[in-house]
Design a protein around this ligand. Structure first.
Ligand code: TMP
Length: 202
């Protein structure tokens, strides 16, 4: 497998989409054929699972069900998009991946990080990012940005305490895996963040 697998992580509203678009341009200039994807989603089946997960009417969804649905959406994305692209030597930039489950389900929902990575092993078949950028932003600031954009979905509607636990969980994960996860100050300017991402590319 010769491709480059990059994931972008961070609390809701941390500016991932903007940075992904800039990074794609940069990689294409460098000659990489680049594939963009997002989680949950990125394939027809995974987008349907996304709708189920984020539907505010599904208020009774159990945390284990939620974790397994994210893993199922991920399994389809790995099989249909990520593996073939990496095998073909392309760069894949994914908006969220298994670290989102570790933090949102493992910490936010208290299922435990190790347990969540374990159920995801089956879905991701050993595929881990070459590098992960964590756009670290205060949870309240991220939610403020989101509220200005659209109605909040089922996850975004969680309590402030939930989102603070997620933001702190990300910092903890970055300390645990410093070689792979690069923490970046998400309150810096768009250009500054982009520069730092480029400096940290493998
Ligand atoms: P998005 O708004 O970045 O598209 O992500 C959808 C929501 O799903 C967001 O609130 C984060 C959450 N999420 C998880 O809880 N677990 C996961 O594994 C993933 C990929 C996302």
């Amino acid at each position: 497998m010769a491709g480059l697998f990059i994931t972008m992580e961070g609390p809701d509203g941390s500016g991932k989409s903007t940075q992904i678009a800039l990074l794609k341009q940069y990689l294409e200039k460098k000659g990489y054929e680049t594939v963009l994807s997002r989680e949950p989603g990125g394939t027809a089946i995974s987008e349907k699972i996304r709708d189920v997960i984020l539907d505010r009417e599904n208020a009774e969804m159990g945390y284990r069900t939620e974790a397994l649905l994210y893993a199922a959406a991920r399994a389809q994305l790995v099989e249909e998009v990520i593996l073939p692209a990496l095998d073909a030597g392309k760069a894949v930039i994914c908006d969220r991946f298994v670290d989102s489950s570790a933090v949102y389900q493992g910490i936010g929902r208290s299922l435990g990080i190790e347990e969540v990575y374990r159920i995801n092993e089956y879905a991701i078949r050993g595929i881990m990012p070459d590098v992960t950028f964590l756009l670290d932003l205060d949870a309240a600031e991220g939610l403020r940005r989101k509220r200005n954009q659209a109605e909040l979905d089922r996850m975004e509607s969680e309590s402030q305490a939930f989102h603070e636990a997620v933001a702190e969980g990300y910092r903890m994960l970055a300390r645990k895996y410093p070689d792979r996860i690069k923490r970046i100050d998400g309150s810096a300017s768009i250009a500054e963040i982009h520069e730092q991402i480029i400096r940290e590319l493998p």
